[in-house]
Design a protein around this ligand. Structure first.
Ligand code: VOV
Length: 249
């Protein structure tokens, strides 16, 4: 049997996408709308406590295009915490004025393709920990998409020997590293959790860097031969002020 990569698994991740029901939202009177905004801000402050305590992280973005208006990305230590927060979010007054459009469930993942032999416990390594339990910088832009590695005929990633996959991932990593300081990636595994095998979440200050990186990777064998992609979502950050502006009628 072919050798599976060994994964290190960090925080569980929920990407939650909603579209605003502007017609219904506009029909509220000012007081009701203000209540919904205040309640939403309180929820976001609560969510942010985990970021401050380093027991989780979150990102709130406004999605461009018709696939969604809001994207909340939540990272927590357990799937149960995610489930609880999701329920709390669903019960918010504001969220009653949205329509769910997509969601993605995964866990932050690092594979051993490029890690050397070592006797240390990787979960104690500060660099590894910062990748598995990432602090989210408030980057201006986010890009999310789910993906698979192809399993078709001669192009079957899962039939490649370990060494061949390592060589291919080396080239992938090289391209990725040339975007250091421009694009930060969080790869989360979703085999057994959701419809694709990975969620790819990218953060950048310059939105064009997403296009440049994703395009360059398309020519790299891992993506060119084996990559299969779901829908792409691109968004711009919503801080408290921008949220208020976004919800203004
Ligand atoms: C922003 C830059 C960037 C960098 C530096 C980077 C580096 C690396 C390294 C070193 C490794 C392997 C070890 C690990 O960390 O797991 C990976 C792993 C992975 N990647 Fe990556 N990737 C990036 C970026 C990056 C992008 C833009 C994509 C989407 C591909 C595309 O065509 O749209 C991607 C995908 C993945 C996936 C799905 C995996 C898991 C593959 C598996 O089979 O397990 N990735 N990636």
């Amino acid at each position: 049997m072919n050798e599976a990569a060994i994964t290190l698994d960090g925080w569980y991740v929920l990407h939650d996408f909603r579209s605003m029901d502007w017609v219904a939202w506009k029909m509220l009177d000012d007081e009701e709308r203000q209540f919904a905004i205040d309640e939403f801000n309180m929820f976001m402050e609560k969510v942010n406590q985990a970021d401050e305590n380093k027991t989780g992280a979150h990102a709130l973005y406004s999605i461009i295009g018709q696939k969604a208006d809001l994207m909340l990305m939540l990272l927590r230590e357990t799937m149960d915490e995610l489930r609880e927060l999701e329920t709390e979010y669903n019960k918010l007054t504001l969220i009653a004025y949205t329509v769910p459009t997509y969601s993605y469930v995964s866990v932050v993942e690092l594979s051993n393709y490029l890690s050397g032999e070592s006797n240390e416990d990787p979960y104690q390594n500060p660099h590894v920990r910062s990748r598995l339990y990432p602090e989210l910088q408030r980057s201006q832009y986010i890009c999310f998409y789910p993906m698979d590695k192809r399993r078709e005929g001669n192009d079957n990633w899962y039939m490649l020997p370990m060494q061949e996959r390592k060589d291919l991932m080396l080239s992938h990593g090289k391209i990725g590293r040339s975007y250091a300081g421009k694009v930060k990636q969080i790869i989360s595994g979703s085999v057994g959790f959701d419809d694709y095998e990975w969620g790819v979440t990218l953060f950048a200050e310059d939105v064009l860097q997403f296009k440049k990186l994703v395009y360059e990777m398309r020519f790299d064998e891992v993506s060119a031969r084996y990559g299969e992609f779901g829908s792409f979502y691109v968004g711009t950050i919503l801080d408290k002020e921008k949220t208020i502006k976004f919800l203004e009628v």
